[in-house]
Ligand binder design. Structure first.
Ligand SMILES: [Mg+2]
Length: 261
């Protein structure tokens, strides 16, 4: 067997679903590729856009599928927002429209949470299956008093086993319509914030990072607009036809991560 050459980049940012695995099955070659990158001491980060599960769940899933991973190896939209808040709003008091696990992540990162609209510095909108009128009302009261308005994601739906559920976009639209405010920052893909959080974590220059993913509108657009080389993998949602119609030009188009340069 021919020895695989050394990886071309120092840092690799890898999307998960459609790139490393498809639901509960590894993409063929993914495990060997990760082993090859790590054998050559390349920096690797996994990127998920979902704010629903803590990063540790994704690390545990990768481990279960045979790819060693720690919580710190995963960045999701929650982590992206936390990275931004820690840099720009350290010590801020938050009101989080999100599920209990999400609120816990913000608390563990050192942020105070309050339901007193006069004390809230920042309203965070996220996916929330425990949403009720009281939560929306607290967010509304804080926003009309001038609290900042941030969101983890702006997706319209969130895929959950069995179907699609309304996601953050509905919460954002409600609050924008009732307060006249506009959301000021969305932390997840394709925003520059999640990419910046990933590049900072990798600790290598952008020109030496490769963004790898299966979605044109998020993974590829975000990489291209932020000056990274990009690799589109055709193992997920994107076909050659869709690529041709998109007008986007990734640096590489690969059948899967098994062909990573
Ligand atoms: Mg994907």
């Amino acid at each position: 067997m021919i020895e695989r050459p050394e990886p071309r980049y120092s840092g690799y940012i890898l999307d998960l679903d459609g790139t490393i695995y498809l639901s509960d099955h590894l993409i063929p070659g993914a495990k060997a590729t990760l082993a090859w990158l790590r054998k050559h001491e390349r920096r690797v980060l996994f990127l998920s856009n979902k704010p629903l599960e803590p990063r540790s769940h994704y690390a545990a899933k990768l481990e279960r599928l045979g790819i060693p991973a720690h919580t710190e190896d995963v960045i999701n939209s929650t982590e992206s927002l936390l990275h931004y808040l820690q840099q720009h709003h350290s010590g801020a008091i938050l009101w989080v429209i999100g599920e209990p696990l999400l609120s816990q992540e913000f608390r563990e990162a050192g942020f105070g949470l309050s339901d007193d609209p006069t004390a809230i510095d920042i309203v965070v909108a996220a996916f929330d299956r425990t949403l009720d009128y009281a939560k929306l009302n607290t967010a509304h009261q804080a926003l009309v008093r001038g609290a900042r308005f941030y969101a983890t994601n702006a997706d319209r739906t969130c895929p959950i086993a069995g179907g699609e559920l309304p996601d953050c976009a509905g919460v954002i639209a409600f609050l924008e319509a009732t307060t006249g405010r506009e959301v000021e920052l969305v932390a997840g893909k394709p925003s520059e914030h999640i990419l910046r959080a990933a590049v900072d974590r990798l600790g290598v220059p952008r020109r030496d990072c490769l963004m790898v993913g299966d979605r044109l509108a998020t993974d590829m657009r975000m990489g291209i607009e932020n000056g990274l080389d990009t690799a589109l993998v055709l193992s997920g949602v994107t076909s050659q036809d869709a690529l041709a119609q998109s007008g986007l030009k990734p640096t590489y188009v690969l059948q899967s991560v098994a062909e990573l340069p």
